[in-house]
Write a protein that binds this ligand. Structure first.
Ligand code: ADP
Ligand code: NA
Length: 325
């Protein structure tokens, strides 16, 4: 099982955690897991080098604090495993130009930047993503809806390579994550919570001041009713709060509905604000302690990269041999 996250923000947000990273932690129980901070992907758009290094370390520290266990998972930084870029080149040469051009995420992102300014790296990003996966002969990749097309490309490239050069690469299956929640913006509960939202009032960043986050929860948009029931259509704000509450406490939404019967939204928000503070406070302490000893953190990541390379190096060697290198 393999997954990655970009070091493109100072803090992960609640959507990242409840929608993806929480699953990373639980997958360690059942799978051999490879988790990486994908800094190669982070340079497909303009970036600040100092900030990238800082965010790479912060991302790793947050993953550790959330429960990624370096004993059980290979936790590493993508650029420290050069085989990613090497396999990516081989796969780029198996990818049709038109095929790459049909990736909707590229089209969206390029449209935002203007096609002339978008880098070639942004264009070939899905192929690097295929290399990320195929390098580890991953059987399964946790994917959200937005990544389905990219996983399909990875599958096609693996099959194509095997067909052209002989069976070498494992064709990955999507691991549909049942247990993850889609989290919405607290102020605009029909848009997903995102670091790129126009306003940060609806965004809960895990490393933000807990007091400010609590306040954001207490001022979350609800509706004019008062009944605490889960109704995504008519009560998007309340439904979102219930989703978050349930995910952070392991109480079911139904249990919460019963618990808040006859009480207003104010109680729900006040209690959820407390739940959130109780979650982020020890998390932040742990992140701080990892970042206080950067040398140790870097060492841990180097060990993770060594472990990743135990799988990556033989895969690349097999690929090179197949193509006549
Ligand atoms: P953002 O949308 O803030 O830019 P990313 O695209 O970097 O976040 O997403 C990183 C991971 O977090 C992905 O696996 C993505 O599916 C997940 N994720 C991001 N936002 C949410 C959300 N609001 N709800 C659930 N999962 C999310
Ligand atoms: Na995004």
């Amino acid at each position: 099982m393999l997954s990655g996250i970009q070091p493109t923000s100072d803090s992960f947000h609640l959507g990242n955690y409840l929608g993806a990273l929480r699953e990373w932690v639980s997958l360690q129980e059942t799978h051999e897991t490879f988790y990486m901070v994908v800094d190669l992907h982070a340079i497909t758009v303009e970036h600040d080098p100092k900030m990238l290094l800082e965010r790479t370390r912060r991302s790793a520290a947050q993953l550790l604090a959330l429960g990624v266990d370096p004993e059980r998972s290979a936790l590493f930084v993508q650029s420290q495993v050069p085989e990613h870029a090497q396999l990516s080149w081989v796969l780029e040469c198996q990818t049709g130009f038109g095929e790459a051009g049909r990736m909707t995420q590229f089209k969206d992102k390029a449209a935002k930047q203007g096609t002339d300014r978008a880098s070639v790296g942004l264009f070939t990003y899905p192929v690097l993503q295929a290399a990320d996966i195929l390098l580890y002969q991953a059987n399964a990749v946790p994917v959200g809806e937005d990544q389905r097309q990219h996983l399909e490309l990875s599958r096609n490239l693996a099959q194509r390579f095997n067909h052209r050069f002989g069976k070498t690469l494992t064709v990955p299956e999507p691991h549909i994550v049942k247990d993850t929640a889609k989290i919405f913006d607290l102020q605009e509960p029909t848009s997903k919570m995102s670091k790129s939202a126009s306003s940060t009032n609806g965004l809960i960043e895990l490393l933000d001041d807990p007091k400010r986050s609590a306040k954001k929860i207490r001022s979350a948009v609800t509706d004019t009713g008062r009944e605490v029931v889960f109704d995504r259509e008519n009560k998007a704000g309340v439904a979102n709060l219930l989703t978050i509450y349930s995910a952070l406490t392991e109480r079911t939404v139904a249990e919460l509905e019963t618990a808040y019967e006859g009480r207003g939204y104010g109680d729900l928000k006040k209690d959820l604000a407390e739940v959130l503070v109780e979650f982020v406070t020890p998390f932040q302490d742990q992140v701080r302690s990892y970042l206080d000893d950067v040398a140790e953190l870097d060492k841990l990541l180097t060990c993770g990269a060594d472990r990743a390379r135990e799988v990556a190096v033989p895969t690349l060697a097999a690929v090179y041999e197949r193509i006549g290198f």
